[in-house]
Design a protein around this ligand. Sequence first.
Ligand SMILES: [Zn+2]
Length: 237
Amino acid sequence: MKTRNSKTNQRVARIYSVRALALVLALSLTAVTSVAASAVVAIDTATSYQVVVNKTRPLRPVTYHPSDLVRVPKYNPYSRIVRRDVSAAIVLLGNDMKVAGQGTLIVQSGYRSYGSQTTIHKAKVRALGKVHGEKLAARPGYSEHQTGLAVDFAARGVSTLQVSFAKTKAGIWLAANAYRYGFVLRYPSGKTSITGYSFEPWHFRYVGVQVATAMHDQAITTLEEFYSLPAAPNYLN
Ligand SMILES: [Zn+2]
């Protein structure tokens, strides 16, 4: 009786463990599928930290306005605003940069609205003509700054928005370490034919620590290559 009971118990236990294994497998398959599905959606969704905006991929809608913009509480002499998580990441980055003795961070620019981008774009095109003007100013709806996820960094005492920033202590530290805080250097040197933009050692884009670290570890420097998207050297029309 005792033996039979224990055998029955063992059989029941085995059935349950097989069922548990099947359930775990089913759940993990669902998880894998939904991660893949969300990655596909994420690069197209304006609110996503992984949204890819370039000259062939405008924001949808083009007038997109993030709902969680905040003023960065430190390193922000110009009172720039960005999305909430980006602001928190900037503060962490600035604190660590200072502790590392690599200079005092400055948030040179952050979010730009569709309206202000329209003004900037119009002014540049009027002054320089369409071809040259559009090299310096993105069309409204096509600027990463409109996502609230892009930041132009500078450092105290360093000339701002210059290619020479790449050779400064701050520029070197940012290029090497920004990924730890979720940022990628969005327009790297030698990638203009893919990104559509000249080297901008000051322009960083928040994508979250996971994606930024994956790109760093795989030595992939553009979002277009990371997501296997077509190169975006020019506007489509
Ligand atoms: Zn920028």
